[in-house]
Design a protein around this ligand. Structure first.
Ligand code: NAD
Length: 246
């Protein structure tokens, strides 16, 4: 086994997760790409990384399942010998106004976005504590800070991510593990592609830098937070939003 550091990126098959996987692989990490369901897109990211001379592996499971996360993460740690970086990027939306929101849509968004991050941190931290080193970055959102009509479930899950980040940062700091959150604004991915042109235009008006962000903008911030340069930064929320949350 090489002495490469191992980075796990949940939801790494497309969008922001894909950009993070490519970026970390380019920086020399062995990247484990998690996704749920069909692995075709994740396999494409793996091929792209390998074409660029990097190392990648695909592991499919639903991060909202505690039991499946335990099984998968134990196997990953056993296979690669260490877990140095964990990026909790997997996320979903089930938008709707409060009065119409179905209980199942509230529960599913909280299960994937918030409990999913708890599940992975639960099993990653055990290994990172042994290593006395580790970097965790959780994907929040500007709507965690500002709220958003029609996204009560999603903004609650992303606000929960901030509390979880800060508490985990306090618990793990003494062993050299940092835990931070990145809060993207409006990023051009398949998650936002489905929004109407009207909603996109309205959102663009609220971005001081005047454009939607790219997945690579977020990946750059994540890569910096896991680098040695950010060793003294923990429990923080870094907005990558063109100034939206100011
Ligand atoms: P996306 O929908 O393009 O990708 C989401 C990824 O998560 C996919 O790879 C999908 O397979 C994976 N996923 C979904 N449910 C999963 C589960 N149960 N288990 C494992 N993997 C699962 O989304 P994106 O736009 O790239 O967003 C990535 C992250 O950034 C999300 O957490 C999202 O909430 C957050 N974010 C995005 C934006 C934006 O504008 N796009 C803004 C703020 C925050």
């Amino acid at each position: 086994m090489s002495d490469k550091k191992t980075a796990l990126v949940t939801g790494g098959s497309r969008g922001i997760g894909r950009a993070i996987a490519l970026k970390l692989a380019a920086e020399g990490y062995r990247v484990v790409i998690n996704c749920s369901g069909n692995t075709e897109r994740a396999e494409q990211v793996k091929v792209e990384i390998e074409k660029n001379g990097g190392e990648a592996h695909v592991r499919a499971w639903d991060v909202s399942s505690y039991a499946d996360t335990e099984t998968a993460m134990k196997e990953i740690i056993k296979s690669f010998g260490s877990l140095d970086v964990l990026i909790n990027n997997a996320g979903i939306t089930r938008d709707g106004l409060l009065m119409q929101m179905k209980e199942a849509d509230f529960d599913r968004v909280l299960d994937v976005n918030l409990k999913g991050a708890f599940n992975t941190i639960r099993f990653a931290s055990r290994q990172m504590l042994k290593q006395r080193a580790g970097r965790i970055v959780n994907l929040s959102s500007v709507v965690a800070l500002r709220g958003n009509a029609g996204q009560l479930n999603y903004s609650a899950s992303k606000a929960g991510i901030i509390g979880l980040t800060k508490s985990a940062a306090k618990e793990l700091a003494s062993r050299g593990i940092t835990v931070n959150a990145v809060a993207p604004g409006f990023i051009e991915t398949e998650m936002t592609e489905v929004l109407s042109d009207e909603v996109k235009e309205e959102s663009r008006k609220n971005i001081p830098l005047g454009r939607m962000g790219q997945a690579e903008d977020v990946a750059a911030a994540v890569a910096w937070l896991v680098s040695d340069s950010a060793a003294y930064i923990t429990g923080q929320v870094l907005c990558v939003d063109g100034g939206m949350a100011m």
